[in-house]
Design a protein around this ligand. Structure first.
Ligand SMILES: *[C@@H]1O[C@H](CO)[C@@H](O)[C@H](O)[C@H]1NC(C)=O
Ligand SMILES: *[C@@H]1O[C@H](CO)[C@@H](O)[C@H](O)[C@H]1NC(C)=O
Ligand SMILES: *[C@@H]1O[C@H](CO)[C@@H](O)[C@H](O)[C@H]1NC(C)=O
Ligand SMILES: *[C@@H]1O[C@H](CO)[C@@H](O)[C@H](O)[C@H]1NC(C)=O
Ligand SMILES: *[C@@H]1O[C@H](CO)[C@@H](O)[C@H](O)[C@H]1NC(C)=O
Length: 600
């Protein structure tokens, strides 16, 4: 074992082992000058412990970037910056649930245009190391697996479970048709072996090396491949902000490159978990949701700007190979739009018909999101008090019965929040027939672990005093559709306690630039600008205090519409503050559990 092997092994955590198994294929585009007669080859030189690409010694210095965490308008800028950093490859995942939102319904358009992303990489002569899943982890909603698979409640994910485990992306993804043909053969435990034994695809306009994971694994066991050299780390809600020093990252990289290793830096740019796409980890029975920002303290920041870490890495790479000529592109311009007021407030319950246009489902006992085909977001569970409750009794969920947060309202008045693994009960009193509503929020399906069937909603029976609560009306909520197509809604104005929508407008005075939105006095919720779902905010939990607002979603010529769903209590004069820099480390966990102090 040489010194590099031990270094590599130190980097290989259990988590990485899981991720490593996802590495399937190496796709090369961009070598289009090569005559198609010469079949591409990819093998190992065992004497020198290195790859041979088309017979020539080859080493990759790669960076991870997730096209699904970056608006398409910025792909080119980020890839150019990676190329200018001296990388010769990028490593990507394909999240199955992003491309097949409903069983048999595919989406490869716009921000999901995988082929467009590969073409851009090819334009910079960047090789692509493709990790297509089906499981990708990636701190992504359910590790990339579609939650609609859980409509079969007894499915056992990430096993051979024959016939249930199928991805069928080939038809809509011509670039990777051959990969997919092999890839969807089966996902039995030996799938990797099967895939590797398939013949390489015949090159046409694209040079594609398929099925070389054996080659990867062999060189990896020789200690010459590190598929995830961590440049930083992710953040969880309610935990300290993670960072890793530029010096340490650069020093580790230099050691590996000195030993001739192939390195992929995870992440080179992290990006953002827009919408409901952030996942959650599950450790020792505790559910740990991941923040909206996936900045990762990576060499390119969440907004795609070069950091000191990027320059330190680039200097190291420059010691081993010639860097591209020319300057590093500068940071994208940022704009502090200042305060935007959100004067219009409507209670969520007052527009239930708009958010859930069909009749509610009736069920004696609670049904899950998955049973009612709700992939993410929110559902409302409604019941009526079965008798007068003069003295308060506890409305209680068994441990781990709420997935993941439930906002409780009695006759439309907000009473408090139940939270998975944290708060299981709340006192209620009222009269026969009073309306009891639980707005239940998914904070993301668990993305890591062998047995992760993480159903959402009320997953166990609730009790009121000593009686099981029965007779539920369940409303799946299509909030994103309503916000993009039917806004602002016609509804009475509300005084703003409990789940409610706040709408405001602003103009950019001709400057549509990146910005960061801060939530002074707000608690917990979701925000949309011009119908684009920027993700979850939770400043009282932290550490993240601002959300990235890509300039690409703003209009420079017309009015921009901001919609905030606050789930608990909004500030008295609801307003947002748009800044020109992020605040990702705004809270500090005190030694007392569940008590956070805001550091701003
Ligand atoms: C409910 O109220 C009782 C009596 O005031 C109190 O002892 C108990 O802690 C409360 N339970 C919850 C879950 O708030
Ligand atoms: C998966 O987890 C569930 C719930 O904890 C358990 O009942 C089941 O036995 C587990 N299945 C496997 C295959 O580990
Ligand atoms: C709720 O209780 C009923 C009656 O005991 C039972 O049939 C049902 O499975 C329970 N539901 C859940 C989600 O635990
Ligand atoms: C808002 O309205 C509810 C229901 O009418 C009431 O209980 C609550 O006290 C009001 N809150 C404020 C801040 O006025
Ligand atoms: C985050 O902020 C706290 C409080 O200011 C500080 O002690 C800590 O060092 C910061 N952490 C990082 C990673 O910047």
């Amino acid at each position: 074992m040489n010194s590099y092997s031990s270094l590599a092994q130190a980097e290989v955590t259990t988590k990485e082992m899981g991720l490593w198994l996802c590495v399937l294929v190496l796709v090369l585009r961009g070598l289009r000058l090569q005559p198609s007669a010469a079949a591409p080859s990819f093998s190992i030189d065992y004497t020198d412990k290195c790859f041979l690409k088309d017979g020539v010694k080859f080493r990759y210095i790669s960076g991870s970037i997730h096209y699904f965490r970056i608006p398409r308008a910025y792909w080119k800028d980020r890839l150019l910056k990676m190329y200018m950093s001296g990388l010769n490859a990028v490593q990507i995942y394909i999240p199955w649930n992003y491309h097949e939102p409903l069983s048999g319904v595919y989406n490869f358009d716009g921000d999901r245009d995988l082929e467009g992303f590969l073409d851009l990489a090819a334009n910079f002569d960047l090789l692509v190391i493709l990790r297509p899943g089906p499981y990708i982890c990636a701190e992504w909603e359910m590790g990339g697996i579609p939650s609609w698979l859980l409509a079969k409640p007894n499915i056992i994910l990430r096993t051979s479970d024959p016939g249930r485990w199928r991805m069928n992306m080939g038809a809509t993804m011509p670039v990777t048709t051959t990969i997919c043909a092999t890839w969807r053969l089966s996902f039995v435990p030996t799938w990797a072996k099967k895939l590797c034994s398939s013949p390489p695809m015949a090159p046409k306009s694209l040079n594609c090396y398929v099925g070389h994971c054996t080659v990867f694994i062999q060189l990896w066991t020789l200690g010459q491949v590190n598929s995830e050299y961590y440049t930083g780390w992710l953040d969880y809600w309610g935990e300290p902000h993670s960072t890793k020093s530029a010096e340490d990252v650069a020093r580790g990289l230099e050691k590996m490159l000195e030993l001739g290793a192939n390195v992929n830096m995870y992440m080179f740019q992290g990006g953002t978990n827009f919408g409901y796409w952030s996942g959650a980890d599950y450790n020792n029975g505790i559910y740990n949701p991941i923040t909206t920002s996936y900045d990762y303290d990576a060499p390119l920041s969440e907004a795609g700007d070069p950091t000191d870490k990027l320059y330190a890495i680039r200097t190291v790479i420059g010691k081993f190979q010639v860097l591209p000529a020319g300057p590093m592109p500068p940071p994208t311009p940022k704009f502090a739009y200042g305060y935007v007021f959100l004067p219009q407030c409507v209670a969520l319950l007052d527009i239930l018909g708009l958010l859930s246009p069909s009749l509610p489902f009736y069920s004696s006992f609670p049904a899950t999101f998955e049973a009612l085909k709700q992939p993410s977001g929110f559902m409302l569970y409604r019941t009526f008090l079965p008798h007068d409750i003069l003295e308060p009794v506890v409305l209680s969920a068994p441990e781990d019965g709420i997935h993941d947060l439930a906002y409780i309202l009695l006759n439309g008045v907000y009473k408090g929040t139940l939270e998975r693994n944290k708060i299981n009960g709340i006192n209620i009193s009222g009269q026969l027939g009073d309306t009891l509503d639980l707005l239940v929020e998914s904070m993301g399906h668990i993305n890591f672990g062998a047995n992760e069937s993480d159903f959402k909603g009320l997953v166990k029976n609730l009790t009121l005093g000593s009686n099981i609560v029965t007779d539920w009306l369940i409303y799946p909520l299509g909030i994103d559709k309503a916000v993009s197509h039917s806004w602002p809604p016609v509804a009475p104005l509300s005084n703003g306690t409990g789940p409610a929508f706040y709408t405001g407008f602003f103009t950019t005075l001709g400057i549509a630039q990146d910005s960061f939105v801060k939530f002074p006095g707000w608690n917990k919720g979701q925000i949309w600008i011009n119908g684009f779902n920027l993700g979850r905010f939770w400043p009282t939990r932290g550490p993240q205090q601002t959300l990235f607002v890509p300039g690409s979603i703003l209009s420079s010529s017309t009015i921009n519409t901001v919609v905030v769903l606050e789930l608990q209590n909004a500030p008295e004069k609801p307003k947002l503050l748009f800044l020109d820099r992020p605040l990702l480390n705004g809270t500090q966990i005190s030694t007392h559990k569940n008590q956070m102090q805001i550091w701003l």
